[in-house]
Design a protein around this ligand. Structure first.
Ligand SMILES: [Zn+2]
Length: 260
């Protein structure tokens, strides 16, 4: 065992309408966890700090998924964009960030008195982030990163895991990625999550459990496709886990008994 959890803190970076931290908090309370919703990471920043973090976010952008060089000399407009995003909580469509760099920024934003060994910090963000993989020398979009702080992306949940092979085949045939009605008429079952889907919150709870297992055991994932700790690479796998509902965990990981 690596550690224990005395308390879990939730934060938000940006407007995340598909995430309901109160519901996630309530669900974790049922498993006996002490939790606290800290809210926006940017709520107490003065203008100098906004400037500083805007530059850090701009520098953490991935400019080319085939290169691990980041945006070391950001343009004025990019910093301004990030400043506006901090102030207005808007979303950052079409930008990929380096996950590790983001985790350093978030760590820096957490109140120093809360950086204790047995406290777990989970940040929900609408930023799309990725990690560089040496195996194929490119960035891969991710749903989550478990590190000194855990970060979970609602955009990553939708964009990172691949849709079914059938989806890509039909997309190729029909040529219109957004025309689901056309696809459904062709007998296609929509087995993926999209923005605004009511199941997103429940799916993200599974990633919160992965962060919890990482904090306690150092290993967030399970190889059982029916376990909520399964490291899904396909949208269909995420939907299958959601359809299982209870039990959420496989027998090996069914360690937290519901107390309510
Ligand atoms: Zn398991």
């Amino acid at each position: 065992m690596k550690g224990r959890i005395d308390k879990i803190f939730f934060y938000q970076d940006g407007n995340t309408p598909d995430i309901d931290p109160v519901k996630i908090k309530n669900d974790l309370t049922k498993y006996g966890f002490d939790t606290c919703i800290e809210g926006s990471l940017f709520s107490n920043l003065d203008s100098n700090s906004v400037e500083k973090y805007a530059e850090m976010f701009a520098k953490s952008r991935v400019l080319n998924i085939n290169s691990n060089t980041l945006n070391d000399t950001p343009l004025y407009g990019e910093i301004k964009y990030e400043k506006n995003r901090i102030i207005t909580s808007s979303s950052s469509t079409g930008i990929l960030y380096d996950a590790l760099e983001l985790s350093y920024i978030y760590y820096d934003l957490i109140k120093k008195e809360l950086l204790k060994k047995n406290f777990l910090h989970i940040i929900f963000t609408n930023r799309l982030f990725g990690t560089w993989e040496d195996s194929d020398l490119r960035y891969h979009a991710r749903v989550s990163l478990y590190s000194a702080v855990s970060i979970i992306s609602s955009a990553g949940l939708i964009e990172a895991p691949a849709r079914s092979r059938g989806y890509y085949f039909l997309k190729f045939q029909l040529g219109d990625i957004d025309d689901y009605s056309n696809m459904i008429e062709n007998g296609f079952e929509k087995k993926w999550l999209d923005y605004g889907d009511k199941r997103i919150n429940d799916a993200l709870l599974n990633y919160v459990f992965q962060a919890i297992f990482y904090q306690i055991f150092g290993e967030p994932f399970c190889s059982n496709k029916n376990c909520c700790l399964y490291n899904a690479h396909w949208q269909e796998e995420i939907i299958n886990i959601l359809e299982n509902k209870e039990p959420r965990f496989c027998s090996k990981h069914n360690l937290f008994k519901k107390v309510k």
